[in-house]
Structure formats: structure tokens, C-alpha cells
Design a protein around this ligand. Structure first.
Ligand code: GAR
Length: 206
């Protein structure tokens, strides 16, 4: 089984959906470690009693961003992580980290990229007035939410939506899409062709 290293800064509902998918055997993977940059992150609480190592690595404990990311990388290596899964991890990773895990870092973002990268994607969608938004799972490159796209799914934006209501509607889809994308990686079904990700079918429908 491929080993996942999950990085989460907050609530951890995507982490939960990944744990649930593994328990239900919809995802054949193992979580090697959960790392948060925030000691108070609810994500860390979700793994209590699950026999999954949970570690907090705080940026402020390191002199530089590079040292911080070195510590992240060391922890991931220690647990022999094959795929780094960003699940509400609210920091940009630098080039040194990304080159150590080239093609092996995934993120989920609450918009249909390349629309509305960065912070508060749901508010951006509402402010722009789009009728459709959604979520995107992508490989991470050095830009902000700019890497090769793996899966996307759309949800409607309704006239009375607030950012919070839209976020909830998108989140429900995230919880299905992220485990599915990770499973594709774990089954070796994702191939990079330039910036395009080709999905190799293995009898499983998407
Ligand atoms: C999710 O909606 C995720 O798409 C978003 O943060 C939320 C984390 O929720 N990520 C980003 O905005 C990344 N730029 P969670 O902690 O409950 O998984």
C-alpha cells in the first residue's frame, strides 16, 4: 500500500473523508503521518486513538521557511511517505521541498481552477457572479494553485448563497473527489504529459 503523509492546518474534514475511505476500503492506502503547522488544529484531534502518528511542526519554531520545510520533509521521509496530501494546509511550499517530492504532492482547492486561486475562493466566486463553481484536485507546483489538474467537479452557485453556504456545498463534493484522486494515484493510474494529467482506466469508473 502507498503511504500518505497528510498536511492539515485546520478543521480536518478532508482528512476525515480520507480516513473514512480507507476504512471503507474505497481507498487502498495507509496514512503514515498527519502533520499540522497549528497545535490547535482539529485535524490533529481526529487521529487520536487511530494508531496514526500525529505531529505538530510550527513555523515559528524555525529561523527560516527553508528550515521549517526541511523539518516537514524529514518527518515525511521518516514515515516513508509516497504521497504528500495537502488537506486544508494553508501555506505555500517552497521549491526545495517540492523538488524533493516532485510529482508527489497533491492539493484540493475549493474552486474550478484556474478560476479563483488563493485565499477565500468561495467568496471570490460569489463576488465575481459565476453561476457554477466547484473543486479541483491538482498536483502542486511552485505557483499558487497552478499545478496539473487531476479531477474537478462542479456545483451550482445559487443567488442567495453566502460564502459559507457555498463552501459547504463544495465541501460535500471535496469529500468524494479527494479520496478518489488519491486512489487513482495509489493505483498508478495518473500519468503526467506536460501539464496534463492522463487517467489510465483500470476497469474502475470515475
Ligand atoms: C477545504 O475547503 C479546502 O478545499 C480548502 O480549505 C478547506 C479545508 O477544510 N483549501 C484551500 O482553500 C487551499 N487553498 P478541512 O480542514 O475541513 O479539510
Amino acid at each position: 500500500r502507498k503511504v500518505l503523509g497528510i498536511l492539515a492546518s485546520g478543521r480536518g474534514s478532508n482528512l476525515q473523508s480520507i480516513m473514512d475511505a480507507i476504512l471503507a476500503d474505497r481507498l487502498q492506502a495507509k496514512i503514515g503521518v498527519v502533520i499540522s503547522d497549528k497545535p490547535e488544529a482539529n485535524a490533529l484531534r481526529r487521529v487520536i486513538g487511530m494508531d496514526i502518528p500525529a505531529v505538530c511542526i510550527e513555523r515559528r519554531k524555525f529561523a527560516s521557511k527553508q528550515d521549517f520545510e526541511q523539518a516537514l520533509a524529514a518527518e515525511l521521509k521518516l514515515h516513508r511517505v509516497d504521497l504528500v496530501v495537502l488537506a486544508g494546509f494553508m501555506r505555500l511550499l517552497g521549491s526545495e521541498f517540492l523538488s524533493r517530492f516532485a510529482g508527489r504532492v497533491m492539493n484540493i482547492h475549493p474552486s474550478l481552477l484556474p478560476s479563483f486561486p488563493g485565499l477565500e475562493a468561495q467568496q471570490q466566486a460569489i463576488d465575481y457572479g459565476v453561476r457554477v463553481s466547484g473543486c479541483t484536485v491538482h498536483f502542486v507546483d511552485q505557483g499558487v494553485d497552478s499545478g496539473p489538474i487531476i479531477l474537478q467537479e462542479a456545483v451550482p452557485v445559487l443567488p442567495e448563497d453566502t460564502a459559507g453556504i457555498l463552501a459547504e456545498r463544495i465541501l460535500a463534493v471535496e469529500h468524494v473527489l479527494y479520496p478518489r484522486a488519491i486512489q487513482l494515484f495509489c493505483q498508478g493510474q495518473l500519468k503526467l504529459a506536460g501539464r496534463r494529467v492522463l487517467l489510465e482506466e483500470r476497469g474502475s469508473h470515475l
